[in-house]
Design a protein around this ligand. Structure first.
Ligand code: HEC
Ligand code: HEC
Length: 396
C-alpha cells in the first residue's frame, strides 16, 4: 500500500479532472535502516489483510482487518460502539452493569456460534450508546517514544499554571507476558505506568494496544491477551484451537504503526501557530514533546516530536461524555487528541461529530468543559485571524 495514489475529491478546474497526488500518509520514517523498512512492509501487509475463521477469527468480533477502521492509516470508516448503564443523569456509570454480561464493547459478528454477537440490548433503561471512530494511526511511534519524565513534567506544569488541569492516566501492566523487550521493561502486575494510547490514554505501550485491538476488534488472541472475550455462545475458543497468533505478529503490527511517519507538511506556516498559542489551544495541544534518548529507533530518539498533545486527560464536560471508565479515566475525560495529519481526516472528535475544523473547535465549549476558555478566545479573534487559524490547522 506504499505510495498509493489519492484522488482528491474536489475537481481541480472546470475540466472536471481531479487532482491526483502521492499520498504521504503511509510513508515510513525517513532514513530508517533496510531491516526496519522490511519490517514496515511486512507489517503494512498484515495491517491490511483480513483474518479468517481458520486463523482464529471469532467467536464475536467487529471487523476482520485493522485497515477496516484505519483506512490508509487515517480515520475510519470502521468504528467501535460502546455502551454503559448510567444513573438517571444519563452519563454517570451505574454501579450495576449486570445488564451487559459480555462487556461494554458491541461486537456484532460471530464466527462459529449459533447466537448473534454482542449487541446493545433494547430493553435496558438508561443505556448510553456511543461511537468511537478508528483514529489515524500515523505518527504513533513518536507518541510511543515520548519520555515518561516529559509527560510528568507537563502534568506538573499545568497544575502550576492553573489554566488547564491535565492528568496522567496511571495504569497496570495487565498482559499475561512482559512487554516487548526491545522497547520497554514492564512485567505482569507492574503498577503506576503512564497510559498514553487510546482515546482515554488507558494503554501504556504500542504492543499492548495492538494486542487489545486484535482481541477486542478482531477476536484474535495472542500470548499477551490469551483469552477470548465473553460472548453470548459462551465459547472460550474458536475454529483455531488455543492462542490464535504469536507475539511476533503483535510486534510486527506495532512496528508498522511505530514506523509510520507524521505526514510530511509542505505548506509554510502563516501566523496560525501564534494564534494557536495565544488562544490557549497549545495549553493542551502542546506542539512538541521530547522523546527518550534511548529509544531504539534512532530517528525517534531524543527529538522534539510534533504531536500537538500533552497526552493527558482533560474533563470535556457532559456534552462530550460517554460514561466509559478506562483505567483511571472517568466517563467525561479524554486524552488531548494528537493533531497529526488533520488534513487527511474527514471528521473530528472521538465520535466524528464534527465535520469541519470550525465545528471541532466549537465542540470544545460548554460551561463544564476544561477547554471552554479557548473557544471563547477563538471567537474573540477577528474574522481574518479565525480563518488564519483554521487554514493553518488544515495544513497539519
Ligand atoms: C472496529 C474498528 C477497529 C479495528 C478493526 C481496529 N481498530 Fe485500532 N482503533 C479503533 C478505535 C475506535 C480506536 C480508539 C480506541 C479507544 O481509544 O478506545 C483505535 C485506536 C488504535 C490505536 C491507538 C491510536 C492512539 O492515538 O492512541 C492504534 C495504534 C490502533 N488502533 C491500531 C490498530 C491495529 C494495529 C489494528 C489491527 C490489529 C486495529 N487498530 C484494528 C478502531 C479499530
Ligand atoms: C483543555 C484541553 C484542550 C484545549 C484547551 C483544546 N483542546 Fe482540542 N481537544 C482536546 C481533547 C481532550 C480532544 C479529544 C476530544 C474527543 O475526541 O472527544 C481534542 C480534540 C481536538 C480536535 C479533534 C482531533 C481529532 O483527531 O478528532 C481538534 C481539531 C482540536 N482539538 C483543536 C483544538 C483547537 C483549535 C483548540 C483551541 C481553540 C483546542 N483544540 C483547545 C483538548 C483540548
Amino acid at each position: 500500500m506504499l505510495a498509493l495514489l489519492l484522488a482528491c475529491a474536489a475537481p481541480s478546474d472546470d475540466t472536471g479532472l481531479t487532482v491526483v497526488s502521492a499520498d504521504p500518509s503511509e510513508i515510513p520514517l525517513p532514513g530508517i535502516s533496510a531491516d526496519w523498512t522490511t519490517r514496515f512492509n511486512a507489517g503494512d501487509a498484515r495491517f491490511a489483510s483480513a483474518f479468517r475463521e481458520s486463523q482464529g477469527l471469532g467467536p464475536a468480533y467487529i471487523r476482520t482487518a485493522c485497515s477496516s477502521c484505519h483506512n490508509e492509516d487515517a480515520r475510519g470508516p470502521g468504528a467501535q460502539t460502546r455502551m454503559v448503564v448510567t444513573e438517571d443523569d444519563g452519563i454517570t456509570p451505574s454501579a450495576d452493569q449486570s445488564a451487559l454480561p459480555y462487556g461494554n464493547l458491541v461486537r456484532p459478528y460471530v464466527a462459529g456460534g449459533a447466537n448473534e454477537g454482542v449487541t446493545a440490548p433494547d430493553d435496558v433503561a438508561n443505556l448510553l450508546v456511543t461511537n468511537r471512530i478508528g483514529p489515524a494511526v500515523f505518527g504513533r511511534g513518536y507518541i510511543d517514544a515520548i519520555d515518561d519524565a516529559e509527560i510528568e513534567r507537563m502534568e506538573a506544569d499545568e497544575a502550576e499554571a492553573g489554566i488547564v488541569s491535565g492528568r496522567i492516566n496511571r495504569v497496570t501492566w495487565d498482559a499475561a507476558v512482559p512487554s516487548d523487550p526491545r522497547f520497554y521493561v514492564y512485567a505482569p502486575g507492574d503498577v503506576n505506568l503512564i497510559g498514553r494510547f487510546g482515546m482515554k490514554a488507558s494503554i501504556p505501550t504500542l504492543d499492548r494496544f495492538v494486542a487489545g485491538a486484535l482481541q477486542g476488534d478482531i477476536s484474535i488472541t495472542t500470548p499477551l491477551l490469551p483469552d477470548e472475550l465473553p460472548n453470548p455462545d459462551d465459547l472460550s475458543d474458536d475454529d483455531f484451537p488455543g492462542i490464535d497468533t504469536d507475539t511476533d505478529a503483535v510486534y510486527e503490527l506495532s512496528d508498522y504503526v511505530r514506523l509510520l511517519d507524521i505526514p510530511h507538511r509542505d505548506s509554510p506556516d502563516n501566523n496560525g501557530p501564534v494564534l494557536f498559542a495565544a488562544v490557549g489551544c497549545a495549553d493542551c495541544h502542546v506542539p512538541t514533546m521530547h522523546t527518550r534518548a534511548d529509544y531504539p529507533i534512532p530517528e525517534l530518539a531524543d527529538i522534539d516530536a510534533p504531536i500537538y498533545s500533552d497526552l493527558l486527560l482533560h474533563d470535556r464536560g457532559a456534552a462530550m461524555a460517554d460514561g466509559i471508565e478506562q483505567g483511571d479515566a472517568s466517563g467525561r475525560e479524554w486524552r488531548t487528541a494528537p493533531l497529526i495529519g488533520l488534513r487527511f481526516l474527514g471528521s473530528y472528535m472521538h465520535d466524528g461529530r464534527a465535520t469541519t475544523l470550525a465545528q471541532a473547535i466549537d465542540t470544545h465549549s460548554g460551561d463544564d468543559s476544561e477547554s471552554a476558555f479557548s473557544v471563547a478566545n477563538f471567537y474573540a479573534l477577528s474574522a481574518d485571524d479565525q480563518q488564519a487559524l483554521l487554514d493553518w490547522l488544515q495544513t497539519l
